[in-house]
Design a protein around this ligand. Structure first.
Ligand code: HEM
Length: 431
């Protein structure tokens, strides 16, 4: 083991290879290229990692990494680890565990923020605050009104809307501020999520913590987030016309995209956290859990319509709907298919039907899972799914019976996110 005497780094980072003198030159050259990626503390260009891995196979004896200010700092990691990591990146595998963990933490933080966003969005809708800001200014809109004149100007714009003219014409400036802040906070949280997603994404990509397929997938999720912002505004515009109520279709699409972004982010985090499939996978149980996940997605969509046409204010009895298992008016509208989107009886019936089905399927799934030799993680996930379903159904029934009080309805909206998360977690653990 010897140091490369007299080696003067001319680049910010380098690795010197002792045993094969000829190739260390090449590596120094490689490493000096711009766009270097860190690998166990060593900066490596991602494009050249296959070559690096080949050399690693030939055997590193020692490595040094340094900067101009701190030259020739010996690496602390063993070369075996370095080689294994380089090789796994060369074959296109996921980055090593050390580089994965910060990415996982970041993605889980994003999931938590999306959860908060869904809850705040629910409160914004339930407090009828969603139509208070009548412009979409992604950057300028970050600054709220700061003085009385600006408040009056913002209120003045709201006073021209059908919602003010037809519903809130007696509203004072102070009351307006109440609805303004919810909508403002919802939008501000959206911008924050955008930044919390984008900036680390760029950093991780630039430093090579995430490989190309993962970068593309995360970029796709980011684009979906941008579309979600646009969808939110598209939804608001539907309420700025004669009838001051947002379209139930757009509201449902807005809710469904939020949960799709959450699901994709969580799934990606789970994939990085548990990269290896279980040694004894459970394909049949896993198919079952896909059906449950699809049913939860169905509940999100039907729930969106219940919220969108305010069907939670009708049929406030359980288990019967005003004395009927199936209310007679469910096919009242013509053509028949409009009932699924516009008829309170049908929309609420569909939502209840899904809940009943889940109330049968999830315990059945749980019983089947108990008979199998599951990993501790899968067992926790399956129990979590059952528990979360019980909570969500209880919240749903309470919301209905008490005629949609804001805290309960917001908890029910947030509960849907957690239930979906539990189903994805179970599905992932059963691989
Ligand atoms: C089984 C799981 C369930 C899921 C995943 C689910 C999901 C949802 C979602 C995503 C919404 C739209 C957002 C919101 O809460 O306002 C919603 C609305 C609603 N759900 Fe459920 N739900 C479930 C069960 C139930 C049950 C059992 C009932 C009652 C029988 C119920 C009653 C309602 C009501 C009344 C609304 C409208 C609340 C509002 O206007 O804000 N839900 N549900």
């Amino acid at each position: 083991m010897a140091r490369l005497a007299g080696f003067e780094p001319t680049t910010p980072w380098f690795v010197a290879k002792y045993s094969i003198q000829l190739s260390y030159r090449r590596e120094v050259r490689i490493i000096s290229e711009p766009g270097c990626a860190p690998l166990l503390g060593v900066e490596l260009p991602r494009r050249r990692i296959p070559a690096m891995a080949l050399d690693a196979g030939a055997g590193f004896d020692y490595a040094y990494a340094g900067t101009r200010s701190h030259p020739m700092r010996p690496m602390t990691q063993s070369m075996t680890t370095l080689s294994a990591d380089a090789a796994s990146m060369a074959t296109g595998d996921k980055p090593g565990a050390r580089t994965r963990l910060p990415v996982v933490v970041w993605l889980l933080v994003c999931c938590a923020l999306i959860f908060a966003m869904v809850v705040v969005g629910g409160v914004t809708r339930l407090t009828h605050s969603g139509l208070s800001i009548v412009e979409w200014q992604p950057i300028v809109g970050t600054v709220p009104p700061l003085n009385e004149a600006q408040w009056l100007e913002t209120f003045g714009k709201y006073q021209l809307t059908p919602e003010y003219l037809k519903v809130n014409h007696a509203m004072s400036l102070d009351e307006f501020k109440g609805i303004f802040w919810w909508e403002y906070f919802h939008r501000l949280l959206g911008r924050t999520i955008g930044l919390v997603f984008l900036l680390p994404l760029l950093w991780f990509w630039r430093r090579g913590h995430i490989d190309r397929p993962l970068t593309l997938r995360l970029a796709g999720i980011f684009v979906l987030g941008g579309l979600q912002g646009a969808m939110g505004w598209y939804m608001v515009t539907s309420g700025l016309v004669d009838d001051p109520r947002v379209s139930q279709y757009r509201l449902t699409a807005h809710l469904a995209i939020a949960l799709a972004i959450y699901a994709a982010t969580l799934w990606t985090a789970l994939g990085l956290l548990y990269p290896a499939a279980a040694s004894a996978p459970h394909p049949r149980l896993r198919r079952f859990s896909w059906i449950i996940t699809a049913m939860i997605a169905y509940m999100v969509v039907t729930g969106g319509f219940v919220a969108g046409i305010r069907a939670g204010f009708a049929y406030n009895t359980f288990p019967l709907m005003n004395g009927h298992v199936v209310p007679p008016e469910i096919f009242m509208l013509d053509p028949w298919y409009l009932n699924f989107f516009n008829n309170m009886a049908t929309v609420q019936f569909d939502h209840r039907l899904g809940a009943w089905l889940l109330a049968l399927l999830v315990p059945w799934f749980w019983l089947k899972a108990r008979r199998e030799a599951l990993t501790p993680r899968a067992r926790i996930a399956v129990n979590l799914l059952l528990g979360m379903l019980a909570v969500q159904i209880t919240l749903g029934i309470s919301t209905l019976l008490l005629m949609v009080p804001v805290p309960l309805a917001a908890a029910h909206q947030g509960g849907a996110v957690l239930l979906l998360g539990a189903a994805l977690f179970a599905n992932h653990a059963l691989r």
